[in-house]
Write a protein that binds this ligand. Structure first.
Ligand SMILES: Cc1ncc(COP(=O)(O)O)c(C=O)c1O
Length: 361
């Protein structure tokens, strides 16, 4: 028996956006801006930060493994029962628990090809058969996905909005799709960018559905600015949550993650400011990309993907921007080799990006 299963041996590493420290070290640059990982450019929620500072002196204690305070607050905010809420070390932590909880030996997974890499890694690491369904016009192709459903289907994963395209499936599209999915199939609706997308009238807020076989995943990593502390949450039927709670890593998420999430939920001012800045930044980038004849995929999230003439051109633009101290994301590891994804930055960051692009293209 080989020590490492073949599906782990062939697994590709998760490649994150380039960290600022790497670019500093490799290129000897100082003034670097990172627009590569869809983080909140404004920084962390100030209320969350304050809560972390106050709680630091208690870090010798194990956290509340059930995450009672934060789950209670989320249940009140979203008008569901405590038993409908689960927490994790980021929404990816919950995805990982889902995979370990529900998949049997012969179960299969259906999702879109070239969508969120975090899920791709988890799906491949599970060793189960995965149907990777190509996207159509940079969007999830729900019809093609529904055609893959068979008696072995256990999990369908949908990132809505999608990362890296920022496109979304509409309420109507989801309603039609849902009718076809058998009740025994678990649908993961990953709404990491929900706060940005909710302004779209036909965006399907899955909290309004509350079907027994849907699990909604959300995160504090994006608009709340807490990607570094790893805290996410999910809502589902209590029978699903009960079992996830048994399988999740004990004491996940950390104490500081739990308290920061709790306070971030109260930081309405910061959320409003972040959403406003994002909207303005997105408009500014659209306008200026258009002036530079740079093609974009219209996005409802906190990033926008640009499409270049060839993988070679995309790589070259990526490298030239890097040399000027701007980190964007070349989407080759996602499978979109001709695309660069740009997170919406602060006003001055967006401006610097456009100025640099002007000198390059
Ligand atoms: C679609 C999607 N889901 C989940 C995540 C990860 O969220 P978290 O930091 O909560 O694990 C991301 C982060 O980029 C994402 O784009």
């Amino acid at each position: 028996m080989p020590l490492v299963p073949s599906y782990i041996k062939t697994l590709a590493n998760y490649i994150p956006g380039k960290p600022i420290e790497d670019v500093q070290r490799e290129l000897g640059l100082k003034n670097i801006i990172k627009l590569a990982s869809n983080e909140n450019s404004m920084g962390p929620s100030p209320l969350a930060l304050e809560a972390i500072q106050k709680s630091m002196k208690l870090t010798h204690r194990y956290p509340d493994s059930s995450g009672y305070n934060l789950r209670k607050k989320l249940s009140e905010n979203y008008n569901v029962k405590l038993d409908n809420v689960v927490l994790g070390a980021g929404s990816e932590g919950i995805m990982s628990t889902i995979m370990r909880t529900f998949l049997l030996q012969d179960d299969e997974i259906i999702t879109a090809k070239n969508s969120f890499i975090g899920f791709r890694v988890l799906a491949n690491a599970s060793g189960r058969k995965v149907h990777w369904v190509p996207m159509k016009n940079y969007r999830y192709d729900l019809k093609a996905m529904s055609e893959k459903i068979n008696e072995y289907t256990k999990i369908i994963y949908i990132a809505n909005p999608d990362n890296p395209m920022g496109t979304y499936i509409t309420r109507e599209e989801f309603d039609d799709f849902y009718k076809i999915v058998p009740e025994r199939v678990l649908i993961i609706l990953d709404e990491a960018y929900f706060e940005y997308a909710q302004k779209e009238k036909n965006f399907p807020d899955s909290m309004k559905y509350r079907y027994d076989n849907i699990i909604t995943l959300r995160t504090f990593s994006k608009v709340y600015g807490l990607a570094g502390v790893r805290i996410g949450y999910g809502f589902a039927h209590e029978s699903l949550i009960r079992n996830l709670m048994k399988v999740k890593v004990p004491f996940e998420p950390s104490f500081l993650a739990q308290v920061s999430g709790f306070s971030a939920l109260e930081d309405k001012l910061f959320i409003d400011k972040s959403l406003k800045l994002n909207g303005e930044g997105m408009n500014y980038l659209y306008e200026n990309f258009s002036k530079l004849n740079v093609r974009v995929v219209p996005s409802v999230a906190n990033f926008v993907t640009t499409v270049w003439n060839s993988p070679k051109q995309a790589k070259s633009i990526f490298e030239k921007l890097l040399k000027k101290g701007i980190i964007v994301r070349h989407l080759n590891s996602f499978g979109w080799t001709d695309c660069l994804r740009v997170s919406i930055g602060l006003k001055e960051e967006n401006k610097r990006l456009i100025e640099c692009l002007k000198s390059i293209v």
